[in-house]
Write a protein that binds this ligand. Sequence first.
Ligand code: NAL
Length: 326
Amino acid sequence: MDTYDLITRNAEEVVTEEEVRELADDPDGKRVYVGYEPSGVLHLGHLLTANKLIDLQEAGMEVVVLLADVHAYLNDKGTFEEIRETAEQMKAQFIAYGLEEENTEFVYGSEFQLDEEYTLDLQELQVSTTLNRAQRAMAEIQGGETAKVSHVVYPLMQTLDIEYLDLDLAVGGLDQRKVHMLAREELPELGYDVRPALHTPIVADLTSGEGKMSSSEGVTISMEDSTEDLEEKVNSAFCPPTRDPEDDLENPVLELFEYHVFPRFDEIVVERPEQYGGDLTYEEYESLATDLESGELHPADAKGTLATYLDELIAPGRKKLREIRD
Ligand code: NAL
């Protein structure tokens, strides 16, 4: 795979292609970041961007993970002490998941976001951005029902972080796109450079195929899940054997194969007894999806296989989490 394809595979949006192509021409030492509001347990949403980080490390880039403690605080996620503690657990799980420790820099937001220069830049952004613009940028990220003043400061800080962490590329789920667009507009106002962004898809809810898989509603798969939990959750997932071109429901089982399993394994083996046709081996997502549609691969076999591979991906982080807790 060429470097541009590796950098952009499974990305739902590339802003802009031209800018990312320029990075792909000379990726060595380029700094790319993802930021996360700390939470104690990683779920598949975190792992989707983590897979992208692993691709980018393979492309030769330096990865910065921002443990966004101040942002989590602004988004009402707990006391500062609680957030700090969960951030440490999060870091350990990322490393267990497969981010190369020597190529990953973990930074706490509070390490630089409370500096005088940062604060003054933030005030300047508050003057130059309308309330409406900041609220729109935050709409998909905001946790609670009621918007607080902190919710409009949040996207402005995320904007500034891109400059202060000295980043060449911003990566996030599609829910971060409006903040990244705000950053592209506002950074030049302060005399800073515009940065390109890559957005990963949002996986649909497991049982309905609608909306997004979220930790606050519906079923999520996380590093806390046991092998049995995983089997149960995946078995009850929505997995229509054929796609109706009229409906816009996603097949979450296929999405998990595409975004989580295939990027991390060279080959996927569906084990089947001889009487049902014997094992199937896939090297790429498309052939598995085609077989599911044609009926060659039964949804129950697809689900069983998915649970096995997800279990393998999650196992090291699950072990780490249990060690931390004991
Ligand atoms: C991501 C988040 C917070 C601050 C950031 C700063 C720079 C780069 C990325 C960042 C968390 C993200 C979320 N907004 O919704 O989890």
